[in-house]
Design a binder for this molecule. Structure first.
Ligand code: BGC
Length: 694
């Protein structure tokens, strides 16, 4: 048993029932009433405060004025940076650079911890296949294997050690469970999926977080298989705390225990509190139902106190592990050194560069510095949109916009907004068209502003909002070449924009260094290397559309009369200024046993005269199995740097266990038989071979 757990156990023996309940309570607001609750030991955590003076003050009340002096745990959402804003998680995941992903989580946490945040409600590891759902922006896309790798990197970054040798903060795997499956892409909506999909596709990134030592989990708003996730003994106790061996604690999402009433699985607050406890939700976020009802519930059924003890033990263990008992306060000086520290700001640029995905280029890019540019569209000088859906303490004054970066690079350009992202006014069209006429090339910024994705920002249409498409069409009619910069938090159905543009860069919501990364990429100073981690559909009617779908019994039948079933851009897709040639796919042995590894090698040549980075992807398919299996599944990847005109042999060692699966009865097996393997630049391309597991 860990020392922290032993200490927690000892402390538990000294606590009254009221004090134990207090540890399970979290509030947002801090008014005199809450300060009084702290004094009485009746609240253990607060969330979403960025004022260090206040945080230190309430911590002092907890430590010095409450009977047992148990420190508070301060939580917040540091999803993509604190003051130094990083690209949104979906964009960052397109870098396929796990080191960078870990580093950005670490840098963000160092900043936030200097304001007293020691618990981060991050990472969101929900696999998402529906871009209508606004929260697709917060995750790592559609693939369970890749999502698991990113999840681990993010947990490592958040829980990296601080100068005192304690984790910077506790990470929080969310939203448990299957929140990304909300029907119709409508946030908070019902989720119904098979236990097979749950175990095969939804659970792996959560298990990866447990394996990486994540300290907390968050139970989600939705119901899953007819039981709300925040009142679900099967998902929380049987799976998470049982099978998955999670020994940290579970916090509910915002008031989601009380919302059991809305779900109609609890008649009132008292029943909601009882179900939350029985199900294994250890801390109630904000609703207060634990505080208000646990004492009565225990008086009616004393056996419940054992569950309270278990929850409190888990919570206190985390508090000890974070070193909160030793170091409850944060030195205000620290902030000065870490906020917007040049190294962190530089990291925002590095991540932004690698998050950009080049979707099209007919050779118009990179731009030549002497070209006269008409910069048109709603986002050219917008400092808010790059801040993304979880701005935290990010401030728009710190954003480097495209216009700012163009100025810094002394480019020859005219900026005309032309239209707003949402407002239907076309008053700006005339000036935009005049600027376009007078230019050599149009750089058109199009897409969604930052608050169109993220929580409860769902869309039924995924084309360009407002009159942006009309402006694009008018610009197109000028005959001038158009380069489109796509600002977005999700895949958009923008086939005609892709077709009508000479080049398209998906620049997402890239954070503080947005304009610099974009300008460097336009000029060829940065060679784009990002690849999509989420499929771009052609039209909303194709959703859900994902690369790792099943074959069906009739794979050759047309799915739609009025649209084909191929995506606009597939998972794993992205271009570069370099070109890469794949050759000599070799297996060390094409037959392996279930306890061996498959050794794969491939030669990649950078045939261009530009140094570049390539994301080499390995996919497999189990050709015959006991259950239906995906037509392709990612099983390994490497991001490599390759100098111009050079060749590298890239090798992969893939454990045969990776080719295993769950049977219909959820038994994990590695099935003997034949498999197909692809190594290539995307989920739709590559060299292929076969191997056998004997
Ligand atoms: C969100 C969570 C977030 C929590 C606390 C909720 O509305 O669903 O993702 O961590 O608020 O801010």
């Amino acid at each position: 048993m860990s020392t922290s757990k032993q200490r927690a156990q000892l402390l538990l023996t000294q606590m009254t029932l009221e004090e134990k309940i207090g540890q399970m309570v979290q509030f947002g607001r801090i008014k005199p009433k809450e300060k009084d609750l702290i004094r009485q030991g009746l609240v253990g955590s607060f969330l979403n405060h960025r004022n260090l003076t206040l945080v230190n003050e309430i911590q002092r009340i907890a430590v010095e004025e409450s009977r047992l002096g148990i420190p508070l745990l301060i939580g917040s959402d540091i999803i993509h940076g604190y003051v130094s804003t990083f690209p949104i998680p979906l964009a960052e995941a397109c870098s396929w650079n796990l080191e960078l992903i870990e580093a950005s989580a670490k840098h963000a946490m160092v900043e936030a911890a200097s304001d007293g945040v020691r618990w981060n409600f991050f990472p969101m590891v929900d696999i998402a296949r529906d871009p209508r759902w606004g929260r697709i922006a917060e995750g790592a896309g559609e693939d369970p294997y890749y999502g698991s790798e990113v999840a681990k990197a993010r947990v490592r970054g958040v829980q990296s050690l601080n100068a005192d040798g304690y984790p910077q903060a506790a990470a929080c795997a969310k939203h448990y469970l299957a929140y990304g499956w909300s029907e119709g892409g409508r946030d908070y909506n019902s989720v119904d999926l098979s236990e097979h999909v749950l175990r095969t596709t939804v659970l792996p990134p959560f298990q990866a977080c447990v394996d990486a030592g994540v300290m907390t989990f968050m139970s989600s708003f939705n119901d899953v298989m007819a039981v709300p996730a925040s009142g679900n003994p099967f998902t929380l106790r049987t799976l998470l705390k049982g099978e998955m061996k999670f020994d940290g604690f579970v916090v509910s999402d915002w008031e989601s225990v009380e919302e059991l009433i809305g779900h109609t699985t609890a008649a009132d607050q008292k029943e909601a509190a009882r179900i939350g406890l029985l199900s294994g939700v250890d801390m109630d976020m904000h609703s207060g139902v634990y505080l208000d009802h646990f004492k009565t519930l225990v008086s009616e059924n004393p056996a419940l106190e054992a569950l309270i003890d278990d929850a409190v033990l888990r919570i206190l263990t985390v508090k000890y592990e974070l070193g909160l008992f030793e170091k409850p306060f944060v030195d205000p000086q620290l902030r000065e050194n870490v906020i917007l520290n040049p190294e962190t700001v530089d990291m925002t640029l590095k991540v932004a560069r690698e998050s950009i995905v080049m979707l099209k280029n007919d050779g118009t890019l990179p731009l030549n510095r002497t070209q006269k540019i008409a910069l048109i569209g709603p986002f050219g000088n917008d400092p808010h949109t790059p801040i993304g859906c979880w701005g935290a303490a990010g401030h728009h004054e710190n954003t480097i916009t495209v216009t700012k970066a163009f100025d810094d690079a002394q480019l020859n350009y005219t900026f005309i907004k032309g239209c707003d992202a949402l407002d239907p006014s076309k008053d700006g069209f005339e000036a935009a068209l005049a600027a376009a006429q007078a230019s050599d090339v149009i750089v058109f910024t199009a897409g969604e502003h930052n608050l169109m994705s993220g929580e409860n920002n769902n869309r039924a249409f995924l084309d360009l909002p407002g009159v942006q498409q009309e402006l694009f069409d008018a610009l197109k009619a000028t005959g001038k070449p158009i380069i489109t910069l796509l600002f977005t938090g999700r895949p958009l159905t923008i086939g005609s924009v892709i077709k009508g543009s000479r080049a398209v860069l998906c620049v997402w919501h890239l954070g503080l260094s947005s304009g610099t990364a974009i300008t460097e990429t336009l000029l060829g100073i940065n060679n784009p290397s990002g690849k999509l981690v989420t499929t771009f559909p052609k039209t909303v009617g194709q959703i859900p559309l994902y690369y790792n779908h099943k074959n069906t019994g009739r794979p050759n039948f047309r799915r739609y009369l009025d649209c084909d079933e191929t995506p606009l851009f597939p998972f794993g897709y992205g271009l570069s200024y370099s070109s890469f040639f794949y050759d000599k796919l070799t297996l060390k042995s094409s037959t392996i046993s279930a306890s061996e590894s498959l050794e794969v090698s491939v030669d990649i040549t950078n045939t261009s005269d530009r140094d570049g980075q390539e994301i080499v992807q390995v996919y497999y398919r189990d050709l015959v199995a006991q259950v239906t299996r995906p037509v392709k599944e990612l099983c390994a990847f490497k991001k490599i740097h390759l100098n111009a005109k050079s060749t590298q042999t890239v090798t992969f060692t893939i454990d045969a266990q990776r080719f295993g699966y769950f049977t219909a009865n959820f038994r994990f097996i590695v099935d003997p038989g034949a498999f197909a393997l692809w190594v290539g630049p995307s989920s739709e391309d590559g060299l292929t071979t076969e191997f056998t597991i004997r």
